[in-house]
Ligand binder design. Structure first.
Ligand code: GLC
Length: 435
């Protein structure tokens, strides 16, 4: 597997744009929030300074209210992406930076645990320590945004009002909520998608789905992206299990880092104690024996097995029995000749093994679940997960996502979506170095 290292580093090098890294050329030509977090893991092995620069550029897009946007548009002349900064109009919010331009929504808060991971590699490095002290308050401010503006009932669980915030853009999880949106002629400004002329349309969201994404974007814009009216009006209002699990995991890291460097962590500890309790109360589904997302608008759980429901393993949230159930689900999929971990329930009629978040494998998701399995002592399945991830990249290339059914994959020569993908490269580098 060592032979994957050189091409992986080459991809990170190619996608490095002097200060930040794009996920892949053409399809995603700017800096994406959680991609950047995972990307630093790989950069660190070649050049720790780049890992620091990557996070510094990302946080240069942070808003005064603490929001860390999902896209930072470092270039204003690059026009091949929709929705671009001029469509988001983030500056309707007075606290959005004038430069760099940004989007108006967020993505999973991976940065706390990423920072701890980097610090752990070289705990006494003076440059790293100086960086940690600089970035720590910004990360806490980001979490404060989530618990202030995205938690109207003060439950310790943040909501999202757009599927893109979840990082799992077109998962079937969102279908029911998205179907509440009826876009009528004249509701939306005219727009032209760019993704379908770059990638295979059969691997991308449909146009009806896209109209609804744009509808929610406009709703956010109407309320300056942080107004309380968003929660009152949005047809899509979800407490995502994965985003909250990631936030909890990053809280843990920030608490440990804060204690080491003498920061006040009382606020983080308060969020944390409330979050874990609410998480288990609202997101565990006894019938399915997995975590699920909670639909705040419909006031009910969304009852689907899905990859986000396994991520709480990585945050140490499940008790032993819950962890065993999550592990059993993965072990069974392996026996049934699937690569680990399909992004959606393979037995559901909504499963689609080649369309984006409706079934394929995503390497950075595997990275989190791999570490979660190890922390709970499920070493055999962790090893399978790691070798599946390395195997698909070796066989099919450094793509964005991959076929999950081994029988179908046997007839394929490549993965899906964008090629030379940064977080795929980065996850591979770290899984090889840090087994
Ligand atoms: C897609 C993915 C999202 C990712 C982005 C850039 O929108 O769904 O998770 O951050 O691409 O890679």
């Amino acid at each position: 597997m060592e032979k994957l290292l050189a091409p992986a580093h080459r991809i990170l090098e190619q996608n490095w744009k002097g200060g930040f890294t794009i996920p892949t050329s053409k399809l995603y030509p700017f800096q994406w929030n959680w991609d950047s977090g995972f990307i630093t893991l790989g950069h660190y092995y070649n050049d720790p300074k780049r890992a620091i620069q990557e996070l510094t550029s990302l946080f240069s897009g942070q808003w005064e209210n603490g929001l860390l946007p999902h896209i930072i548009f470092h270039s204003e002349t690059e026009k091949t992406y929709f929705p671009n900064y001029d469509f988001w109009k983030a500056n309707v919010n007075a606290g959005a930076p004038i430069r760099p331009k940004t989007s108006g929504i967020t993505q999973p808060a991976v940065h706390g645990f990423i920072l701890e991971n980097l610090l752990h590699r070289n705990p006494d490095d003076a440059e790293m320590i100086a960086f940690v002290k600089y970035i720590f308050p910004k990360m806490v401010h980001y979490h404060r945004f989530l618990y202030t503006y995205r938690d109207p009932f003060k439950e310790g669980l943040m909501f999202i009002f757009h599927p893109w915030e979840s990082g799992r853009d077109n998962s079937p999880l969102w279908d029911e909520s998205m179907n509440r949106i009826n876009v009528k002629a004249g509701d939306l400004p005219a727009y032209q998608r760019r993704d379908t002329s770059i990638a295979d349309p059969s691997e991308r969201p449909t146009s009806a789905q896209y109209d609804r994404y744009v509808y929610l974007l406009m709703l956010g814009q109407k309320y300056k992206y942080d107004g309380a009216e968003i929660a009152k009006e949005s047809p899509f209002l979800i407490q995502d299990d994965m985003m909250n699990a990631i936030l909890i995991r990053s809280n843990q890291s920030l608490i440990r880092i804060g204690k080491r460097f003498g920061f006040d962590v009382a606020e983080l500890e308060e969020w944390q104690s409330q979050s874990i309790k609410s998480f288990n109360a609202k997101c565990w589904n006894e019938k399915l024996q997995t975590y699920v997302v909670y639909d705040l608008r419909g006031e009910k759980q969304v009852e689907h097995r899905e990859i986000g429901g396994i991520v709480p393993l990585f945050a140490g949230i499940p008790n032993e029995k819950q962890a065993a159930a999550l592990h059993g689900y993965l072990a069974d999929l392996h026996k049934r000749n699937f690569y680990l971990c399909p992004s959606f329930d393979v037995d559901s009629s909504l499963f689609d093994s080649k369309r984006y978040w409706r079934g394929p494998i995503w390497p950075h998701m595997n990275w989190m679940i791999y570490h979660g399995l190890k922390e709970y002592g499920f070493h055999d399945t962790a090893t399978i997960l790691r070798s599946d991830t390395l195997e698909i990249v070796e066989k099919f290339g450094f793509f964005e996502y991959f076929e999950s059914q081994k029988a179908i994959a046997a007839n394929l020569t490549k993965g899906f979506g964008g090629d030379n993908f940064s977080w795929t490269a980065s996850s591979v580098i770290d899984l090889i170095h840090n087994p």
